[in-house]
Ligand binder design. Structure first.
Ligand SMILES: [Zn+2]
Length: 123
């Protein structure tokens, strides 16, 4: 029925899942506690600490973005592994057509064909 080598993609997805999970764990290890706690620690009357606080905030925002992306990719990987189990892997979840193999090579967790992905990006 399908020419897609799901076993090959399954191995790729499992490898990628491990990588993303360790990235998420690493982000959490580096930043215990919340940003609010750090801000409260610096005294509002001490201007010398203002620059440091701004830098800490900037770094934290970047890390949060990475973390969110990692969570997003992780959930997409989980969904793709589920589709392999269900036998629906490689078909677009929006229109049901086959996803181009080169697209799956680049993004093994892709759930949409290129047309629907572009449509989704445009919102
Ligand atoms: Zn589609």
């Amino acid at each position: 029925m399908s020419s897609i080598d799901t076993e090959n993609f399954r191995v790729q997805l499992l490898t990628e899942r491990e990588r993303v999970q360790s990235a998420i764990a690493h982000l959490r290890d580096d930043h215990p506690g919340s940003l609010d706690d750090e801000v409260e620690e610096s005294s509002p009357t001490n201007d010398n600490h203002l620059g440091e606080t701004a830098t800490a905030t900037l770094n934290r925002e970047i890390d949060y973005t990475l973390g969110e992306n990692s969570e997003q990719v992780l959930s997409e990987i989980e969904a793709a592994l589920k589709r392999i189990e269900d036998g629906t892997y490689g078909t677009c979840t929006a229109c049901g057509r086959e996803i181009a193999p080169e697209r799956l090579e680049a993004h093994p967790w892709a759930s949409l064909c290129i047309e629907d992905a572009r449509r989704a990006e445009r919102g």
